[in-house]
Design a protein. Structure first.
Length: 250
């Protein structure tokens, strides 16, 4: 297939996709104006996008995500899921003709269950906001990436984010009990549980966590909360060489 023919077919698929999305999504869910789409071409890494994205779908519910993925999959249009865009690795960079799936408006904390020490949240919830909401119940959301004040739970799950507290509590994967997610063809699935113990079957939740949107797009997460420590302390140690620092941890 020649480059010209391929470009024509891609343009036709993009135009068809825009028509289907305009038909099936509420008017405020779709942005196709190039000037308004341009800021979504890259994330905080500043990695070059390699062209302009086709459009942005501003999802507000799981049905929006399912509709966008179903149509894009049928037409062969690449989709780039995006949270707050705080990533530094270029994971949310959208190239020429890509459809950006913006999840930042799915930002509700659906439930905090102190007795079960779990929360159910949408992917656009800012990490620090969940931590503060849990603190009102004497609990905390343990993962604390450096971007916690800006990054979202969905982005943390996609990248399996860590943070300084991961030395005690583990990384994001260790705090995600279950997810609702949408597969590439628009199928909605649920994985995991909301109990501390759940050992039967394949651990699909752990597989999706850290998959960078390549397996599914998370639209809801059930996460583990932890009791706030009675007290905390900070210890600083200084070493003259790397070898001396390494020896101190043996």
């Amino acid at each position: 297939m020649s480059t010209v023919t391929q470009s024509v077919e891609q343009a036709a698929a993009g135009a068809r996709l825009l028509g289907l999305l305009a038909r099936d999504l509420p008017p405020d869910r779709l942005t196709s104006d190039p000037a308004r789409v341009a800021p979504y071409a890259t994330d905080r890494s500043g990695a070059p996008a390699g062209g302009e994205p086709l459009a942005v779908v501003h999802a507000r519910r799981t049905d929006d995500v399912s509709t966008a993925l179903r149509h894009a999959d049928a037409l062969g249009v690449p989709v780039v899921p995006r949270g707050a865009g705080t990533g530094l690795s270029g994971g949310a960079t959208a190239g020429e003709g890509n459809l950006v799936l913006d999840l930042s408006r799915m930002n509700r904390i659906l439930e905090i269950a102190p007795q079960d020490q779990v929360a159910v949240v949408e992917p656009g919830v800012v990490t620090a906001h969940l931590d503060r909401a849990a603190a009102a119940h004497g609990l905390r959301y343990a993962p604390d990436p450096a971007s916690a004040a800006l990054s979202t739970i969905g982005g943390n799950i996609a990248t399996n984010a860590g943070g300084l507290r991961c030395a005690k509590y583990g990384v994001t994967r260790d705090s995600v009990l279950g997810v609702e997610a949408v597969l590439a063809d628009g199928t909605v699935v649920r994985t995991g549980r909301r109990t501390v113990k759940g050992v039967a079957g394949y651990d699909l939740t752990a597989l999706i966590t850290g998959s960078e949107g390549t397996l599914a797009v998370v639209t809801e997460a059930t996460v583990r909360l932890r009791p706030v420590p009675v007290a905390t302390a900070t210890l600083a140690a200084y070493f003259d060489t790397f070898e001396a620092a390494a020896d101190a941890f043996q």
